[in-house]
Design a protein around this ligand. Structure first.
Ligand SMILES: O=C(O)C(=O)C[C@]1(C(=O)O)C=C[C@@H](O)C=C1
Length: 369
């Protein structure tokens, strides 16, 4: 057996020294995690004593915990890794207070599932739904605690159905999740030449159009209901390749024949978290509004002037036809800051006095990556 020239140790002896340290650290981590869980349980008991359901899941507190840890982090673990690990810790702690049910656009294995898990961790109960309408309905009816719905994609733009449903819902936006969309060619075929069909959701086929033109130019592309459905069929038939994300690869145990095949490398989808309760102030927040103005030139610009005067930055403006009147529009506006804190609070009072219609969809912590 080989040994180290300087110390004379074998590899087994050298590993045993460090592994003993790891065992010691794991013991301490275990004790600390359980102490933390005990604190979360006490927090749950305090919330129950005050009898307000709205205090169980606190997105603003979770964002503060994650931001603080990112500031403290000295590495070698990346900030993003710390965020992922501590989200799971908080997810497990929250489950001790009360299990949370999260509705999202199914089936399992889609990017919506990834978004739900990214925000709520693996301790949440996942409730996949058949449509975005059903996702809203489940939470409105009290069958699920929170909804996760896609609202915009960096290459495809706004998700119209979500915007339309926001107009009529009583739910509040209490969080946002941003997911990097990486597409993969998933198949049991061992070579591109064996593939006879490529299946995926139409939007994912479009997102990989150039890659497919270069690598599988003559193979038919078949749109199906979801990427997860494509993966399910690819798992059954090695002549089929699915274009789908990591969640589908894991769910259907499918090998990657090619990874990250999306044409646009910065492809991201933003999801909203909706619930029956508002989120508190986290210190780095956003507020989403719906506005409508009388139909005349310059009306929108003058309506938005209270925001500009108060120094509130607008991060997004999206127009959408108002469905009750031809050629009239409503505007979806995102601004920086929380509706309960200045300067947004006063700016919203002015806006409410001038707008034909104003709905505050909610204030929530800016996504922590
Ligand atoms: O601080 C709270 O209110 C808690 O319930 C604790 C805790 C945590 O684990 O840190 C858990 C769940 C909440 O969503 C926020 C934070």
């Amino acid at each position: 057996m080989s040994s180290d020239k300087n110390s004379g140790q074998t590899i087994q002896e050298a590993l045993a020294v460090v592994r003993q340290q790891i065992d010691g650290i794991d013991g301490t981590l275990l004790e600390l995690l359980n102490r933390r869980a005990q604190c979360a349980r006490e927090v749950g008991e305090i919330k129950a004593r005050f009898g307000d359901d709205g205090f169980i899941y606190r997105p603003e507190r979770e964002a503060q915990v994650l931001r603080r840890l990112q500031e403290l982090n000295q590495g070698p673990l990346a900030d993003e890794t710390i965020t992922r690990l501590f989200r799971e810790v908080m997810s497990a702690c929250l489950a001790l207070e009360q299990p949370i049910g999260v509705a999202f656009l199914g089936p399992l294995g889609t990017f919506s599932e990834s978004a739900a898990v990214k925000q709520f961790g693996h301790a949440a109960r996942l409730l996949p739904q058949a449509s975005i309408d059903d996702v809203f309905r489940e939470v409105e009816a009290g069958h699920a605690d929170y909804a996760v719905v896609p609202v915009e994609n960096s290459t495809e733009g706004a998700i119209g159905r979500t915007l339309d449903l926001l107009l009529g819902t009583s739910l509040k936006i209490c969080g946002e999740v941003v997911v990097r969309i990486h597409q993969n060619l998933l198949t049991r075929a061992s070579d591109l030449g064996e593939i006879k069909q490529v299946l995926s959701h139409a939007q994912s086929l479009a997102q990989c159009h150039e890659w497919l033109n270069r690598n599988l130019p003559d193979v038919p592309r078949i749109p199906v209901a979801s990427n997860a459905e494509a993966a399910r069929r690819a798992a059954e038939d090695p002549s089929i390749a699915a274009i789908a994300g990591e969640a589908a690869a894991e769910r259907y145990q499918l090998p990657h024949l090619a990874s990250n095949i999306e044409d646009e490398p910065n492809n991201t989808t933003r999801f909203l978290v909706l619930g029956r309760f508002a989120a508190g102030v986290s210190g780095q927040d956003k507020t989403s509004l719906i506005l409508s103005t009388p139909n005349r030139t310059g009306a929108l610009q003058s309506l938005l002037s209270p925001l500009a005067q108060a120094g509130v930055s607008m991060t997004r403006l999206e127009s959408r036809p108002a469905r009750h009147a031809l050629w009239e529009y409503v505007f979806f506006v995102d601004i920086e800051g929380h509706a309960d804190a200045e300067p947004v609070k006063s700016a919203l009072d002015k806006l409410a006095a001038e707008a034909a219609y104003l709905k505050v969809l909610g204030s929530y912590p800016i996504a922590v990556y």
